[in-house]
Ligand binder design. Sequence first.
Ligand SMILES: Nc1ncnc2c1ncn2[C@@H]1O[C@H](COP(=O)(O)OP(=O)(O)O)[C@@H](O)[C@H]1O
Ligand SMILES: N[C@@H](CCC(=O)OP(=O)(O)O)C(=O)O
Length: 377
Amino acid sequence: MDFSSARQQLTGRKRWVVKIGSALLTDNGRGVNRAAIHNWAGQMAALRRQGIEVLLVSSGAVAAGMDRLGWRKRPESIHQLQAAAAVGQSHLVQVYEQAFGQYDCRTAQILLDHDDLSNRTRYLNARSTLKTLLALGAVPIINENDTVVTDEIRFGDNDTLGALVANLVEADVLLILTDADGLFTEDPRDNPAAELVREAVAADPRLVAMAGDSRSGLGRGGMATKVRAAQLAARSGARTVIVGGSIDGVIERVAAGEELGTLLLPEADPLTARKRWLAGQLQVRGQLQLDAGAERALRAQGKSLLPVGVTGVSGRFHRGELVSCVGVDGVEIARGLVNYDSGEAKKICGQPSDRILDLLGYRDDDELIHRDNLILL
Ligand SMILES: Nc1ncnc2c1ncn2[C@@H]1O[C@H](COP(=O)(O)OP(=O)(O)O)[C@@H](O)[C@H]1O
Ligand SMILES: N[C@@H](CCC(=O)OP(=O)(O)O)C(=O)O
């Protein structure tokens, strides 16, 4: 793998999940660090202005709640923890809303639990809601729904939740901000001579051996869950950066390609990984019948599917859903995420793309399926 160019490839990536951990968010364990939150919000707003969509996975509900309730020690009882999370979450979101508001950036609170991501209908629902929020220009602020989860089904650490969100929205980058400067060859609190791992393939088994637990008493998973999160995120093609959240201007600097923290890469080419992921996750909603020219363009030339090469449309589907593409002999040759719904596709099929505006009254894309969203079978 060519590591030298890997950092540069982070620039121009369009969808980022930023995870901010408990260890960073609290002011030495005393409530949430407002100044730091305002600073990160400013940086994320700057990314939005560059056209990058940002989803934030933020911890800190329990820590904020403990502070508000005057509790000095993290409680043992699950119900006390859940009560603290309920008190803290509303405060946390209020601080974020105010911080992002200063940059004219809208926020939206999303609380997820295990069922939301394992049940197919709820999974697709969460996916659509998040994508709609992004299209509206809002920054979703996501946390685990701590007040309702039981021990058996909790994600526990938000690194895992961040990776699952990256899978859910097919993010390009998962940026994990923490209180260490990145993944070191050993926990630097045990061995100050440990070295920073700058770049690696997320699946490299040596990483797991380097990564230890959390020590702060605030964070949950330590580096172990961050490495595991990078492996999960890589399944849908996301690259992960683990980096110190207190580094000046860290979010913008990483987005500009600067070599900070640890970059963990997917094994396969990200686009291929993402396509494979999509093919396994989504249900086929409809079918497009292709003519011989379109079949050739897809198969032999790796091109996008234009409406002009489609002779028939069946099934009912919405924009963004998965449809199958069938060749002249009736055999399925590809699957892909479609840019128009079934009614629109019927109106524009067989027509050149410059007629889309006339036929529909608007034109979103020239292609019915862009090649980046096409999986050849
Ligand atoms: N190999 C390692 N490199 C860096 N940090 C490590 C390593 N192993 C364990 N850690 C610990 O992981 C901590 C970060 O994880 P955690 O406390 O869970 O933070 P967060 O709340 O941000 O998720 C660091 O402060 C560090 O003590
Ligand atoms: N959902 C919990 C966060 C769990 C947690 O601390 O995770 P992490 O920041 O990954 O160590 C909260 O908001 O308090």
